[in-house]
Design a protein around this ligand. Structure first.
Ligand code: C5P
Length: 405
């Protein structure tokens, strides 16, 4: 089983078990996860950040107020980046500070800022683990985070005691995570998902075209997330500068008409069709076979445009219509009204609306903030986050549309 595509933020606090976290980081990477280590000051007394940099390929983060590091992935981005936060070892002090909602170092700050699920592998002396204060914190954290508790194990302790408090072995921690993701996979396992992404190019002549600023990132993130969760994914992509996500079948197209053809072939009987492409509404009526020359004295050049087929509309009216069809509504005004209108007009199950008049999110940005409207009058506001993280949240919403299973 693999952790392929998971982005695991490995939080290490200051206990002797921190030496085992080196092996843990290695095993997580080996299982396919991207691992970003965050260490508390106490952890660094037991093991160095350099060890983790060598094992994960990413510098371990240690400081909250680190100008250089914040210029790269700041602490809020770090929090949003993670698909899982794993705390191993989690000391009694870390559990207490988390329970109190403190943000007095980078790790506790990231924990407050992150919406990712949390897994905790506690490690401490057996008397400390058994203490009523720690047990109250465990109880409180269960209510606050609903975390996956991994261990602690019983046995000989570094301090000479015997009892419950040892951190679970790295291999057992990795296995517990793999089982968790295997369970989660089921909503999408074996489902057929088709995604359109990116812009289209409408030829004017062999060297010129009409297009738009779509980067394709949202569609690619959705394709990647669906594949990671076990779906069989076909990604129909316009011209973009993005690598094909692991396990995804990619079909490259240029024009809206090409995209239409590819969608008509791939969409029938799919479980989910997502139209994330920014399809050109119009194309040049008669593109020239030869490069158009500039003509002296001719100050104007008029092109006649004709309407392109609406790909998602065509898909949603297929005889073998996908079980769910999802559109995007990129609007600059009246976002909600246009979204509801589009949902009905194009016969969609869900529409993901965002405000592209904002420059901090949307089109060419890594982040997006959206509202999803559903056919049964559902409404979900999903706050600003990286498109990769948002993709998982969107799939969780769409998974609610398969009530029969
Ligand atoms: O009407 P509008 O272009 O705003 O609708 C956006 C939604 O419709 C997106 O999901 C987009 O991928 C899809 N669309 C399409 N074919 C078109 C135009 C838009 O599939 N020709």
């Amino acid at each position: 089983m693999s952790l392929q595509g998971q982005r695991i933020l490995l939080g290490i606090s200051g206990g002797i078990a921190a030496y085992k976290s080196a092996e843990l980081a290695r095993l997580l990477s080996k299982a396919g996860a991207e691992v970003q280590v965050v260490m508390t000051p106490g952890a660094q007394a037991f093991i160095t950040p350099l060890t983790f940099q060598a094992l994960t390929g990413r510098p371990a983060r240690t400081e909250l107020l680190d100008e250089d590091a914040e210029q790269g992935m700041g602490h809020i981005e770090l929090a949003r980046w993670a698909t899982l936060v794993l705390l191993a070892p989690a000391t009694a002090s870390l559990l207490a500070r988390m329970r109190a909602g403190m943000a007095d170092d980078l790790l506790t700050t990231v924990l407050l800022a992150s919406q990712a699920p949390v897994a905790i592998a506690p490690a401490m002396n057996q008397a400390m683990w058994a203490h009523a204060a720690t047990q109250a914190n465990v109880q409180g954290l269960t209510e606050l985070y609903d975390p996956q508790w991994i261990g602690p194990d019983s046995g000989d302790q570094a301090c000479g005691d015997f009892g419950a408090g040892r951190m679970s072995e790295p291999a057992a921690i990795v296995q517990a995570l793999q089982e968790r993701f295997a369970e989660k996979k089921s909503a999408w396992a074996g489902r057929r998902v088709v995604v359109t992404a990116g812009p289209t190019r409408e030829a004017i002549d062999p060297v010129r075209y009409l297009s738009n600023h779509s980067s394709g990132r949202m569609g690619f993130a959705l394709a990647e997330a669906a594949a990671r969760q076990g779906a069989q994914v076909v990604l129909i992509s316009g011209p973009v500068q993005l690598a094909t996500p692991p396990g995804v079948e990619r079909i490259d197209v240029e024009s809206a008409q090409d995209m239409w053809q590819a969608a008509q072939t791939a969409a029938p009987k799919a479980d989910l069709f997502i139209g994330a492409a920014a399809v050109a509404d119009y194309r040049v009526e008669n593109p020239s076979d030869q490069k158009q020359k500039k003509q002296q004295g001719k100050n104007e050049w008029q092109l006649t445009l004709v309407q392109n087929p609406d790909i998602i509309d065509g898909v949603s009216r297929l005889k073998d219509r996908p079980k769910q069809v999802v559109g995007f509504a990129a609007e600059t005004q009246d976002v909600e009204r246009y979204a509801w209108d589009k949902l009905a007009r194009k016969n969609l199950d869900w529409i993901v609306a965002n405000d592209v008049s904002r420059t901090d999110i949307g089109f060419n940005s890594d982040d997006n903030e959206v509202t999803v409207f559903g056919r049964q009058n559902e409404r979900y506001d999903i706050g600003r986050q990286p498109k990769s993280v948002l993709a998982d949240a969107l799939l969780d919403v769409f998974a609610r549309g398969f009530p029969e299973d």
